[in-house]
Write a protein that binds this ligand. Structure first.
Ligand code: ATP
Length: 265
């Protein structure tokens, strides 16, 4: 995107960032949930946001996707400033997030969900008056996406009858229908058993090809398996940033994050 590689605090040189936050702040009644965050997401990478409960991960995620407006700071996608734009506008520029299962319709099949997502310019405006014939244009691409998400075998059953893991895979297929440059995944393995976690790791590995992925994730095994770079947040600030292999040995991370999670579980 015409960006020069950026030198990090540790002196390592990153690929040109596709998504770049600077001085990002979000206050809730004077409380800084996100407090001056700089973030460089390298093109084509998987970047994990981790940190103890209340660290500001979800707030940061919502700032990147326009679901919250920053109190201060900027978020750039290439030459576009995202801060202050609506979620729909950010989606149109190529940043998509996977929605939670609550956004699925129990009676509709996965195939129809994906066709509708493809039929909608932003994936957000669901238009039920579209005829079967109109949606037929999207059936080939819908089939590919369902295949990519590992849902081919369940494409024509009501979404309400899918297992939890399959519902989460369908959410992901819906985000992929937007053909995003950057895909944001909010705790993709939350609430999953070991088998579904493993399946989700495989799924993200498959879909990352040619895409940039940002994920909020509590499960450090998932982070270890998937992430090229990790940003550790604490009290709304970046505590440490780097490859997982480096940050996992960082004393500050062990104390702040792993210490917290051991205490919590
Ligand atoms: N809408 C809000 N109003 C007031 N305070 C908020 C709001 N949203 C978040 N906060 C506060 O901001 C801080 C960061 O919350 P956030 O949900 O971003 O953390 P998190 O790292 O995602 O935590 P978790 O891992 O528990 O999901 C917390 O102290 C939280 O109570």
């Amino acid at each position: 995107m015409g960006e020069r590689p950026t030198e990090t605090g540790s002196g390592a040189v990153l690929e040109a960032p596709v998504l770049k936050a600077r001085g990002l702040v979000r206050e809730f009644r004077g409380f800084r949930a996100v407090d001056g965050v700089d973030l460089d997401v390298a093109e084509g990478g998987v970047h994990a946001l981790v940190g103890p409960n209340g660290a500001g991960k979800t707030t940061l995620f919502n700032l990147l996707t326009g679901f919250l407006k920053p109190t201060a700071g900027s978020v750039r996608l290439g030459e576009h400033e995202l801060a202050g734009r609506s979620p729909e506008s950010i989606t149109r520029l190529g940043v998509a997030r996977s929605f939670q299962i609550t956004s699925l319709f129990a009676e509709l099949t996965p195939r129809r969900h994906v066709e509708l997502a493809l039929a909608s310019p932003t994936g957000l405006g669901w238009r039920f008056w579209r005829s079967d014939k109109a949606l037929g244009r999207f059936s080939a691409r819908a089939g590919e996406l369902l295949d990519e998400a590992g849902l081919s075998g369940h494409a024509d059953v009501p979404a309400g009858s899918l297992s939890y893991g399959s519902k989460r895979a369908l959410e992901l297929a819906l985000a992929l229908a937007l053909d995003p440059k950057v895909l944001l995944l909010d705790e993709p393995t939350a609430g999953m058993g070991v088998e579904d976690v493993d399946r989700t790791i495989e799924l993200v590995r498959r879909i990352r090809a040619g895409r940039t992925v940002v994920l909020v994730e509590h499960n450090m095994n998932v982070v270890a398996s998937l992430a090229d770079r990790v940003t550790v947040l604490q009290h709304g600030k970046v505590l440490v940033e780097g490859p997982y292999a480096e940050i996992r040995h960082d004393e500050r991370v062990i104390t702040a994050y792993l210490g917290d999670s051991h205490a919590a579980h």
